[in-house]
Design a protein around this ligand. Structure first.
Ligand code: COI
Length: 356
């Protein structure tokens, strides 16, 4: 049991109005969790404090070499007023995988979970209850040594901030158009593609700008070597339903192992569908679109949940998926995953952690 000091704000902010659309990532709650690390001392001084700015030296290592990691999970308000977390153990496991990859000290799993539950409990009133809303939880760690040499830092800050959110995409559950990138790559095997660290996201920006200018919401990445195999969308993993089989790229070291990805695979298998995690080429996908066997495409992510895809653009070809509407399986997955998250549907054992 961790001794987390709690200092409550003297100036609580008004909660968002009932009709606030809760634009993703723009509103922050009254409190945050923070804990320090020093080599030789370990993680220390865990505390929940009023949400505030932090002071860092301009030479802090995170600013120069990007030694930082983050996670994303959500707290949900059930109909009977409880606050629930969805598979937080998977996020915590992934966080420590990221930490190992980029030389950040690991955080013991029980301490990580207790930190999340404590800060969410303090700001429990901020967990929204309207359909398609939740409290987005953003744990992150930054390297803080004031030093310009390249090496792993000796001091870190672990923080958790909270943000009440609506849908990630302005489209909500309406299908999104996806741009398959043929100029840049996001990651290569052996790199940091499977780690949740800012470097993977900054690598995506130039393509995202280009895609937006062309009217596409997101970028789908191909493998960095042959530029042939589908990888992921950056804010989502990707699924195809071809001729009745559900296919998603196999985790290969350059793809983020998504918690919603894993949940979709488990649910589809439970429903008796054939699920294949395998290498799938962009050619195969376009051929399936041409011969009419590409039945559905959707993305999955904590922020995006399940997001149907209506169009795929690659080089000079644009493929419309069926009638461009929401596919039957995408809808069923969305309804079941959100149903489990809200405590309305019984999910597999261990998927729900009750905060209060
Ligand atoms: C999430 O889905 O939680 C993510 O971290 C994606 C992020 C880019 C919003």
């Amino acid at each position: 049991m961790l001794n987390i000091r709690i200092e409550k704000t003297k100036n609580p902010k008004p909660l968002p109005a009932a009709d606030d659309p809760l634009k993703f990532g723009t509103i922050f709650t009254d409190h945050m969790f923070i804990m320090n690390y020093e080599t030789g001392k370990g993680w220390f001084d865990p505390r929940v404090v009023p949400y505030q700015k932090i002071e860092l030296d301009p030479s802090a290592m995170v600013f120069h070499y990007g030694q930082e990691m983050f996670e994303g999970l959500k707290a949900y308000r059930s109909e009977d007023g409880k606050v629930l977390l969805f598979r937080p153990d998977k996020n915590i496991e992934r966080a420590n995988n990221t930490n190992r990859r980029i030389c950040i000290p690991e955080i013991p799993e029980d301490i990580f979970l207790e930190a999340i539950k404590t800060v969410v409990k303090v700001d429990e009133a901020w967990v929204p209850s309207k359909p398609d809303t939740s409290l987005y939880i953003r744990p992150f760690i930054i390297a803080t040594d004031p030093y310009l040499g390249v090496r792993p830092a000796d001091t870190y800050l672990f923080m958790i901030i909270l943000s009440p959110v609506g849908p990630y995409y302005p489209e909500g559950l309406n299908p999104v158009k996806i741009w398959i990138e043929d100029e840049y790559v996001r990651a290569v095997k052996g790199g940091i593609g499977e780690a949740k660290t800012g470097g993977n996201y900054v690598a995506s920006l130039a393509s995202q700008v280009k895609a937006h200018e062309e009217g596409y919401s997101q970028v789908l990445w191909l493998d960095g070597i042959e530029r042939k195999y589908i990888e992921e969308v950056g804010a989502m993993n990707i699924f195809f339903k071809i001729n009745g089989t559900v296919i998603t790229p196999k985790l290969n070291g350059s793809i983020l192992p998504g918690v919603t990805r894993d949940s979709c695979i488990q649910l589809c298998k439970k429903w008796g569908l054939t699920v294949e995690e395998k290498k799938i080429s962009v050619d195969e996908v376009f051929k399936a679109a041409e011969d009419g066997t590409l039945e559905e495409v959707w993305g999955t992510g904590t922020a995006a949940v399940v997001s149907p895809v209506s169009h795929l653009r690659w080089e000079n070809k644009v493929s419309k998926i069926k009638d461009g509407g929401i596919g039957e399986l995408s809808k069923k997955l969305y309804e079941n995953i959100t149903g489990i998250q809200l405590g309305k549907i019984q999910g597999p054992d261990g998927w729900i952690e009750v905060v209060k």
